[in-house]
Design a protein around this ligand. Structure first.
Ligand SMILES: *Cc1c(COP(=O)(O)O)cnc(C)c1O
Length: 415
C-alpha cells in the first residue's frame, strides 16, 4: 500500500495526497457508504429481504469488497447476471452462510454443475435450462435451487405466459426426482423509474397471475421478487419477499428526475479523481483538442487531465460548440471551482480551461465526481453525456485503479 492509500484509509475518505505519489487517476470507493446505503434500503424494504445486485464488477465499484460491504449493511442475498460473477464471489470466500447468491443470465453450456456445487441459486425461463440443471444435479449429487423468471411486460427475459405450463411440467418432474426445487418466481420492471406509469400496475398483475400459476402447479415458493432500486424506493407495493436494488446500493439515484441521491438518504460511494499532467499558458483563440470544438476566448491556462474514453469517460461528454462538457472540481476549499471539459474527450486525456489566474500545477488533483451533493456527481456526468449514472460508474475502465476505503476493519480490502 502506498503512503497515500494508507493516509486515505486511516481517514476513511480521501484526505488529499502527499506529494510524490504519482498515480494518474483512481477511483476511491467508500465501502462505509455502500454499507450505509444498504442499511437505508433495508429500512425501506420493511419485511422484505435485500438482494444487493453486484453484477458488472458491482457497477464498476469492485465485486468482492462491495459485496462484503453490502452484506455488512444487512443484505442477505447477492444478485449477479453471469455464472462467472457468482463463482467469483464463492471463490473469494463469500460462502453459503454469508449470502444466498442468484445468477440470472445463463446460456446453454453455462457451468451449471459448478454453480450448483457452489450452492448458487440459478434462474431459468426455458426447458433447455431445466435439462441442464437436472444434469448438473446428477453430476454433483445435489438438489439445485431454481428461480423462474416470468415475462410480465419488460419484453426481455422471462418465460411468456403461453409457455409457462410446459416449463412447469418439466420443473415438477425434476422436483419429483429430487434434482431441483423451485424456490423463487421473479420478473423485472420496464418503467420503475416512472412510478405513475400504468405499465407498473399491469406488470404487478401479470406477476401475481404467474405466481399463482406456479403455486397451483405445486411449487412451494420461498421468495417472489420484482423490485429494482427504483421500485424499492418508490413502490412498497412491489416489494414482495425480496427487493433487488443495484444502483442505489452505490449511492446513486434510480429516479434522478424525481429525487437526488441526497434526497433519498443515499451516499455516492465512488470518487473519481486524477492528477493534472500538465498546466500551460496559451493565447486567446487557441483551438483545444481534436476538432477544435472549443476555442479559448482569452489568454488562459490549460490543464491536461489523464482520463479519457480508454478509461470509460464518455466521449459524448466533450465540451464545446455542441454543449457543455463533463464537470470537474479543481482546487480545494474556498479556492475550489467547478469547471468543464474543454473540447473533445480523447482516448487517454481531457483538457480543462483553468482560467488566466489559475494557480494549479502539474500533480494537483482534480475531481470528476464524488459524494458531495453540490457536485460534481456521477449523475452530472450522466447528464453531460446524455446517459444514466449506471453507465458512468460501470464503464469505468480497468486502467483506473479502485482504492477501497472505509472497510469495517479500517483497512483496504486486497480483493
Ligand atoms: C440490474 C438488475 C437489477 C438492479 O437494477 P437497479 O436499477 O440498478 O436497481 C435488478 N434486477 C435485475 C434482474 C437486474 O438485471
Amino acid at each position: 500500500m502506498s503512503d497515500f492509500e494508507r493516509a486515505a484509509t486511516a481517514a476513511g475518505t480521501l484526505a488529499g495526497p502527499p506529494a510524490g505519489d504519482g498515480y494518474p487517476s483512481r477511483a476511491v470507493v467508500d465501502l462505509a457508504a455502500i454499507r450505509a446505503n444498504v442499511v437505508e434500503l433495508a429500512r425501506r424494504a420493511g419485511s422484505a429481504e435485500v438482494m444487493a445486485v453486484v453484477k458488472a464488477d458491482a457497477y464498476g465499484h469492485g465485486l468482492v469488497p462491495s459485496a462484503r460491504a453490502a452484506l455488512a449493511g444487512g443484505a442477505t442475498w447477492l444478485g449477479v447476471a453471469q455464472a462467472s460473477e457468482a463463482l467469483a464471489l464463492r471463490a473469494a470466500g463469500v460462502g453459503p452462510d454469508d449470502a444466498r447468491v442468484l445468477a440470472w443470465l445463463l446460456v446453454p453450456g453455462s457451468p451449471f454443475a459448478d454453480l450448483v456445487a457452489a450452492d448458487v441459486d440459478v434462474s431459468l425461463a426455458a426447458s433447455w435450462a431445466v435439462d441442464e440443471v437436472v444434469a448438473a444435479a446428477r453430476t454433483t449429487g445435489r438438489t439445485a435451487r431454481v428461480h423462474v423468471e416470468v415475462e410480465t411486460g419488460l419484453g426481455r427475459g422471462g418465460v411468456v405466459p403461453a409457455d409457462l405450463d410446459g416449463l412447469l411440467a418439466a420443473l415438477r418432474s425434476a422436483e419429483a426426482e429430487g434434482a431441483l426445487r423451485v424456490v423463487g418466481v421473479w420478473s423485472h420492471l420496464a418503467l420503475a423509474d416512472v412510478p405513475g406509469d400504468p405499465v407498473n400496475d399491469l406488470q404487478r398483475r401479470s406477476f401475481d397471475e404467474a405466481v399463482a400459476r406456479v403455486e397451483r402447479a405445486g411449487c412451494v415458493l420461498e421468495v417472489r421478487h420484482l423490485a429494482n432500486s427504483a421500485a424499492t424506493v418508490t413502490a412498497p407495493g412491489l416489494h414482495y419477499d425480496l427487493v433487488r436494488p443495484g444502483i442505489a446500493v452505490y449511492g446513486l439515484s434510480p429516479v434522478p428526475e424525481l429525487a437526488s441521491a441526497h434526497d433519498l438518504g443515499l451516499v455516492p460511494a465512488m470518487t473519481l479523481e486524477a492528477r493534472l499532467a500538465l498546466v500551460k499558458p496559451v493565447a486567446a483563440g487557441q483551438g483545444v483538442s481534436y476538432g477544435h470544438l472549443y476555442t479559448t476566448e482569452r489568454a488562459t491556462r490549460l490543464g491536461v487531465v489523464p482520463l479519457g474514453y480508454g478509461d470509460g469517460i464518455p466521449r459524448h461528454a466533450s465540451g464545446g460548440s455542441a454543449g457543455p462538457g463533463g464537470p470537474l472540481l479543481v482546487g480545494t476549499g474556498d479556492g475550489a471551482r467547478l469547471l468543464r471539459v474543454a473540447g473533445r474527450v480523447c482516448m487517454d486525456q481531457v483538457v480543462v480551461d483553468l482560467g488566466p489566474d489559475a494557480s494549479e500545477r502539474a500533480g494537483d488533483v482534480v475531481r470528476l465526481f464524488g459524494p458531495d451533493a453540490a457536485g460534481p456527481t456521477a449523475q452530472d456526468w450522466a447528464d453531460a453525456a446524455g446517459t444514466i449514472s449506471y453507465e458512468i460508474t460501470t464503464r469505468l475502465g480497468a486502467r483506473v485503479p479502485r482504492v477501497h476505503v472505509g472497510a469495517p476493519t479500517g483497512g483496504t480490502d486486497p480483493a
